[in-house]
Design a binder for this molecule. Structure first.
Ligand SMILES: [Zn+2]
Length: 251
């Protein structure tokens, strides 16, 4: 074969991207459970914050009602004292009516306070249930991280290594071809190229290894003759011939 450089440089980049995509997928699969637990923890924390805020509001409302009740009770005491100083029966009974009205108010406030206290108790129970769930979720996150840490580290090391090779491989591809390649990568991440699949003894059946649609003998001949991009008419992937793949001996 003549000294082709462009298609081989694309192929080298493609093979790195293909592996990168694969390792990133594996990493995502390992992380999936952890991400789900982390999302749950975020949700639980938000919910806990709501309950705590509502609890503080209830507590403040209760305190203010208690203060109101206390001042009314003091008022009742004062009025009781003033009963002794009443000069007329009329004045005396007027104070009694006031006392009775104030007592009724106090009783209403007591009921209100009890109601709020009930709400606060329910709120605190809910918050404590959420704290328990958070504890369990955090523990399962720690377990999951511990169990997968080695696998994650291995995959991340692979990915870092591929990324370091990728830069060099990218620079080896002519800019125009790289643009085309990048565009196809957006459509088929890690899968922008496809082999032309055929059997030398049966050239009637030539297919695209990406979409499995039929190709022509022309596709094979042109790829053998010219170092230029030829794409599958059906899926748009950049075609290559299996024979173009580098020998396995090259590292
Ligand atoms: Zn195709």
């Amino acid at each position: 074969m003549t000294a082709f450089t462009m298609i081989p440089s694309l192929l080298a980049l493609y093979r790195i991207d293909h592996d990168l995509h694969e390792f990133n997928n594996r990493l995502a699969a390992v992380m999936k459970d952890q991400v789900a637990i982390e999302n749950n923890i975020t949700r639980l924390n938000a919910s806990l914050a709501e309950f705590e805020s509502a609890g503080r509001k209830l507590q403040a409302t209760i305190s203010s009602h208690e203060l109101d009740m206390k001042s009314r009770q003091e008022h009742i005491e004062k009025m009781r004292t003033s009963l002794n100083n009443a000069k007329t029966n009329k004045e005396y009974s007027a104070i009694l009516i006031q006392i009775s009205a104030e007592k009724e108010e106090v009783s209403k406030i007591e009921t209100t306070i009890l109601d709020f206290m009930g709400q606060l108790e329910t709120n605190m129970k809910s918050a404590s249930g959420i704290r328990e769930q958070l504890h369990v979720a955090q523990k399962s996150l720690d377990d999951s991280r511990r169990q997968s840490s080695q696998r994650v580290a291995e995959l991340q090391a692979h990915i870092r290594e591929l990324q370091s090779h990728r830069e060099q491989a990218t620079n080896a591809v002519p800019p125009e071809s790289r643009k085309q390649y990048d565009r196809i990568c957006q459509r088929y991440p890690g899968d922008a190229m496809a082999p032309v699949e055929f059997n030398e003894n049966d050239m009637d059946t030539i297919t695209c290894g990406g979409c499995f649609m039929g190709l022509n003998i022309e596709d094979v001949n042109l790829l053998r003759g010219r170092d230029e991009i030829r794409r599958c008419q059906s899926c748009g992937r950049i075609l290559y011939l299996p024979e173009m793949l580098p020998q396995q001996t090259s590292a």
